[in-house]
Design a protein around this ligand. Sequence first.
Ligand code: HEM
Length: 483
Amino acid sequence: MLAVNLLLAGLLARAVYLLYYRLLISSLRHIPGPFISRLTRLPLTYHEYNANRRLYLHDLHKRYGPAVRIAPDEVSFATAEAAKQIYSIGGSGYEKTHFYDIFANFDGVKNMFSTIYKGEHAERRKRVADRFTKMYVMQPHIMAVVEEHVHAFVSRVGQLAAAKNSVNIYIYLHAFALDCITHYLFHPYGTHSIDGGEDMKKVEELCYYDSIRDRYTEVHFPRLHKFFDICARPFRERRGSQSGYVLNLVRETCAKSDPEESTVLYRYQTMKEDIPPLEIASEIMDQLVAGIETTGDALCFLLWHLSLPESAAIQERLRSELQQNTVTAIDDLRYLDAVVQEGLRVYGPAPMSFPRVVPNEGRVLEGYFVPAGTVVSCQAWTLHRFDTVTFPNPEAFIPERWLQEEGRLERNRLFFAFGAGGRGCIGKNLATLEMKVLLREIYSTYKTSVAPDMKGSMEISDQIVASRPKDQICLLSFEATEA
Ligand code: HEM
């Protein structure tokens, strides 16, 4: 009995100390935010589990300003200066948090995205960085592969349009993204999912898996998650593993000895350094997953928005630029570039916070001292909307804002769709190319509108760092135009 009483007294004393510390001692006490967030992380966790973290944080920034204490040891920021400090200064900003552990593949094998520490990450990134530069991606033989998949997409759309059917672009755009990234990573073993068949199952597996609660449990309660995972394993295997196709595709392909020389897999396999096969597979899997939903969702939101009645003038201006500049290099099409930038600003598929840890000795951010170990982050959703001088009327889709000389620097400093610094998106040049080539091909040939039978919701629905259209369906009508 005495032992129990002592234990209870100990727990009580600890709880009182924690409250006292969080409210009155912690250096974060001066940072504005809801009172409850100083005491507990529960409100934030509640919004995470309800797929509402992004909008909850955005509302807090609107109420409390550019720095908000969102949990006892976590602060969110909404300025370009804070983003620069956190993600770029001092050789790519602060270290990642253990949140990223969940992105390891094959039962915990690390990769570029999930690696926490900067030194180790830099080594991993260096291995393949030159395969993702703009110069590399824009080479004619690489562009030709993207163009081949764009033609497959447009030809599929053409068949459906000729039969007067609406097209579910959600699924075909993800198929397009899968075909592009698999060829980029390990040609000639890439998929041809737009043509249907077995490869389409990989798209379905990758796109229709709702993971948010499962993943947050993995982040906040890793032991509990592992326990449930072990318990569920026999049942999962009996009904057919949900992640079977893609994991097998990657494992089997990485074992091939003859990928084309231009591919990322070839680079890993021919490095002087001996990289264990499962580590190569984990890197390839990471890049494959990172390259599908992001590009597929970004294109889906963008095409849908361009197909709304209120976007008729934007679509017309885009078509006119494309039809008048048929031989212009893709990067010199200024309006096309502005449409893609605005699409990524308004509908960027990775709009959530990317958490980092404040280094030793602490740092001053937005005028507040933030002690070492505090979790800090920015989210693209808020950086793209909070500063209404740089982005006036931030909810409106206005590609023309990217054509103005005035404010260019400020807009670019706040553009965060691909993250920032040395841990920002390695695939951004490839993704941008895929988006531009596809849009050029579609809007040179077709007028698009939302199909009469489209009943699904295109509301933005959050996953763990990415977001996607709520109902995962987007039906458009395609009408051929005269060139
Ligand atoms: C529109 C498309 C895309 C968007 C919006 C996007 C967005 C992002 C963002 C925001 C990050 C940084 C996240 C963080 O700091 O935690 C990131 C990282 C990454 N992305 Fe992308 N991405 C896209 C396409 C791609 C593609 C096509 C690939 C293919 C290789 C790719 C591969 C990666 C990888 C490997 C990382 C981790 C980089 C590192 O840690 O060094 N992404 N992406």
